[in-house]
Design a protein around this ligand. Structure first.
Ligand SMILES: NC(=O)c1ccc[n+]([C@@H]2O[C@H](COP(=O)([O-])OP(=O)(O)OC[C@H]3O[C@@H](n4cnc5c(N)ncnc54)[C@H](OP(=O)(O)O)[C@@H]3O)[C@@H](O)[C@H]2O)c1
Length: 319
């Protein structure tokens, strides 16, 4: 079979011929139909992700560890649970049968492979308990996950949606997706604090945070009152760290701001099934649109090096 192989840390995947995998007992053979290339996959290959050690130890190895494909009987399934050096950027994979659940009918493989990013946006309801009419702030809204979160906020009935990003053209496009107001984070710290304050209206009820780092520090500053008042709570859900893996949070920002910080996994064990079903329904009905850019496996080296796909998920498909 053809597969994309990385030889060294930080290397570019190269197309190679490898033997077809043979399923062991309890495993299924899957013909791969779609694999999403995400920042986390690039970070694992680069050796900068906290889970990168296993991949680096297994080099040469095939990157990306989940995707969508077909069982020999034609059933479309999602698959995961691959362990380096065996990755998803190949014509075939074998995984334990339990790691290959069927994809609901009516969902294209290229959309199914981005479902996890759409479901991450449901944290605004599952983790933060978003109610209709509340104000949502999406941090990192110009990214793939953030653009989905803006749409999800609209579909969940948010009263006002404020979206942040770095690129003015991409921010303008967010208004088409449902954002009421946008904030550029590509300004000085003081300007950013001021912008968060100007756009807060009667308060941000829920923040879906794909950024962390400096913008979230400035948000915490903006939420901290300058006099003895009791602001209403702001339930911030930390989902990603595109702008930094840590923040400095002063004590007063927690004591007086009303800021409550949750992880995206909060309530997922009980809320995942309903979140998944809702996202699938919206995709089927066309209410939630996932932006993907497909490229064939044979062009993996070129695809891996693309930097122009802001807001669109790179999905590798068979030739
Ligand atoms: N927990 C989950 O289930 C889950 C699911 C999906 C994503 N995530 C995480 O969420 C984050 C976003 O994922 P994604 O797929 O949407 O990535 P993406 O498409 O690359 O988008 C990243 C977003 O962050 C912005 N950004 C990047 N670097 C920044 C910086 N230094 N300062 C300010 N803004 C910056 C980007 O702005 P530009 O548009 O200007 O580049 C964009 O809005 C990642 O950390 C990802 O791992 C988590």
């Amino acid at each position: 079979m053809k597969a994309a192989v990385v030889d060294r840390a930080g290397g570019i995947p190269q197309l190679r011929d490898l033997p077809d995998p043979v399923p062991r007992e309890g495993e299924v053979l899957i013909a791969v139909e779609a694999v999403a290339v995400e920042n986390v996959d690039r970070a694992i290959v680069a050796g900068t992700h906290y889970t990168a050690a296993a991949f680096q130890a297994a080099l040469p190895a095939i990157p990306c560890f989940d995707g969508v494909g077909r069982l020999p009987d034609g059933t479309l399934v999602g698959f995961g649970g691959l362990q380096p050096p065996h990755g998803a950027l190949a014509q075939f994979v074998t995984v334990p049968a339990a790691y290959a659940p069927p994809i609901p009918e009516g969902i294209e493989p290229t959309a199914a492979v981005v479902l996890a990013s759409a479901i991450s946006a449901m944290c605004m309801r599952v983790a933060a308990g978003l109610e209709e009419g509340e104000t949502v702030l999406v941090q990192g809204a110009t990214g793939v996950a953030g653009r989905l979160a803006v749409q999800v906020a609209r579909l969940l009935g948010a009263g006002r949606i404020v979206a942040t990003g770095r690129d003015d053209a991409a921010l303008a496009d967010l208004q088409r997706l449902g954002a009421d107001e946008v904030i550029s984070t590509a300004v000085t710290d003081d300007e950013l604090v001021d912008a968060y304050r100007r756009h807060r209206g009667d308060g941000y009820d829920v923040v879906v945070d794909y950024l962390w780092g400096r913008p979230t520090e400035m948000l915490a500053r903006a939420l901290t009152p300058e006099s003895f008042v009791m602001p209403k709570p702001t339930r911030l859900v930390h989902v990603g760290e595109s702008a930094g893996s840590s923040i400095r949070l002063s004590g007063d920002a927690l004591r007086t701001s009303g800021l409550e910080i949750y992880g995206a996994a909060r309530n997922l064990a009980t809320g995942m099934q309903a979140a998944y079903a809702q996202v699938v329904e919206w995709i089927r009905s066309g209410d939630l649109v996932i932006d993907v850019t497909t490229m064939p496996l044979s062009r993996i080296s070129e695809a891996w090096q693309r930097t122009d796909l802001r807001g669109s998920r790179l999905v590798i498909v068979p030739d």
